[in-house]
Design a protein around this ligand. Structure first.
Ligand code: UD1
Length: 391
């Protein structure tokens, strides 16, 4: 995507003159942001609310980034910050220092951030410090595990946001406990599910990705990328061993995050994912992933978004983590929290194969109209307050 930028890392675009209300800056940075922002941009466009799409460049690989932009029909970012990978501190700082001049230049009426990645907190923090209001989409989710980088990003982003849009009732309870005034919180539903419902029918059929024979029979899908699961070789080995065992009963398709690929190579664990019925793939794009999951017998994952997408599509999901910030997927959906103990993972997977997994139901307001609700509230809120002034 770098060809869209100037040497300074930003595309030339219309400057906002001081008298006119600035556009809404919509921020994305990493793969799980894109399917949340796509329906938001569409909804703002539908009500004539001017937006600019800012991409921090936290994810930059063709496979993580460009192919998902294409799959989701996202427009080219208006501003591309090209931050790339670094330690958390450096990456967050780099995003902040590159985003600040963008806010200065465009004087937005609001900055909209989604999810819980480093780009989310970095851009929210820059905005509030410059007197620009922030809307956080997917607010209030809590794993109660401060060892997760995302948890820190969630807690801090929520504290400084003016409008907080929640996906499930647990989120409002969490926010109230943290002293956030209920008037800032809106239960709008799940914007990620807007994307699932919009794209389910146009998803790439699994057979195009994994071949007729495999797609015709039962298969499982695996994703694994959380630092707590993949960074420590001993833990990674145990997980791959049990997955390999499960694959003796059902083929397991494993699109691999670059981080996981790097950790497997560094730990010399390639043999555990080569050959047999564990089929590894490079990262797949959004439409391929939805197609793969839609037709799967079950999903094993440590992702946040997949817990919700499987619930929306009625596919049993086993979450390989000790906690989840998305409890509604367990209480109402198809998700089961199995932890990281190999015996528990094996038992849960075999149970799905022997007796079928959870059927679940669709949570309230996961109806494909969340972005529309959020856009309307943002627009009315902006109209009702005097224009934000940059400090
Ligand atoms: C980030 C998010 C995480 C989200 C995940 C989805 C944070 C704190 N974490 O984690 O919540 O679930 O994205 O993918 O923001 N890499 C590449 N190419 C890329 C991107 C990353 O090779 O395009 C490799 C690099 O080695 C990099 C590593 O992956 O150092 C980690 O990337 P980073 O964006 O820091 O975190 P993720 O693990 O992807």
């Amino acid at each position: 995507m770098s060809e869209t930028t100037t040497a300074a890392g930003r595309r030339a675009g219309p400057r906002n003159d001081a008298a006119a209300p600035g556009p809404i800056l919509c921020v994305v940075g990493a793969r799980p942001n894109y399917m949340k922002m796509a329906p938001m941009l569409e909804a703002f466009r539908a009500i004539g609310e001017p937006t600019l799409l800012v991409h921090t460049g936290q994810h930059y690989d063709e496979s993580m980034n460009d192919q998902n932009f294409r799959a989701l029909g996202l427009p080219r970012p208006d501003v591309y910050l090209e931050v790339g990978s670094a330690s958390h501190g450096r990456q967050t700082a780099e995003i902040m220092s590159r985003f600040e001049p963008v806010v200065e230049e465009y004087r937005p009426r609001m900055v909209v951030v989604v999810g819980d990645v480093n780009s989310t907190i970095a851009c929210a923090l820059v905005a509030v410090k410059m007197g620009v209001p922030v809307a956080h989409v997917e607010a209030g989710l809590r794993s109660f595990d401060r060892g997760m980088p995302e948890e820190i990003n969630r807690v801090l982003t929520d504290q400084i946001s003016d409008l907080l849009f929640t996906t499930e009732p647990s989120a409002a309870e969490n926010l109230a406990r943290e002293g956030i005034d209920a008037s800032r919180v809106h239960f709008a539903g799940n914007v990620m599910i807007d994307s699932v419902l919009r794209n389910r029918e146009r998803a790439v059929p699994a057979r195009e990705l994994i071949g007729d024979e495999l797609a015709a029979g039962p298969y499982a899908v695996l994703t694994l990328h959380r630092p707590s699961n993949v960074d420590e070789p001993r833990i990674l080995r145990r997980l791959l061993e049990v997955i390999s065992e499960i694959s003796e009963r059902i083929p397991v398709v494993f699109p691999m995050h670059p981080r996981t690929r790097a950790r497997i190579d560094a730990a010399g664990l390639e043999a555990l994912v080569e050959g047999g019925r564990l089929i590894t793939l490079p990262p797949v794009d959004y439409l391929q992933m939805i197609g793969l999951v839609r037709d799967a017998t079950m999903v094993l994952t440590d992702s946040g978004g997949l817990q919700e997408e499987t619930t929306a599509m009625g596919v049993p999901c086993l979450t390989i983590r000790e906690n989840t910030e998305r409890p509604i997927t367990i209480d109402q959906g198809t998700n089961t929290l199995v932890g990281t103990d190999p015996a528990a993972i094996r038992a849960a997977a075999f149970q799905v194969l022997d007796s079928g997994g959870k059927a679940g139901r669709i949570p309230d307001k996961w109806d494909g109209r969340t972005a529309e609700r959020i856009a309307r509230i943002v627009s009315e809120w902006c109209a009702a307050r005097p224009e934000a002034r940059l400090s």
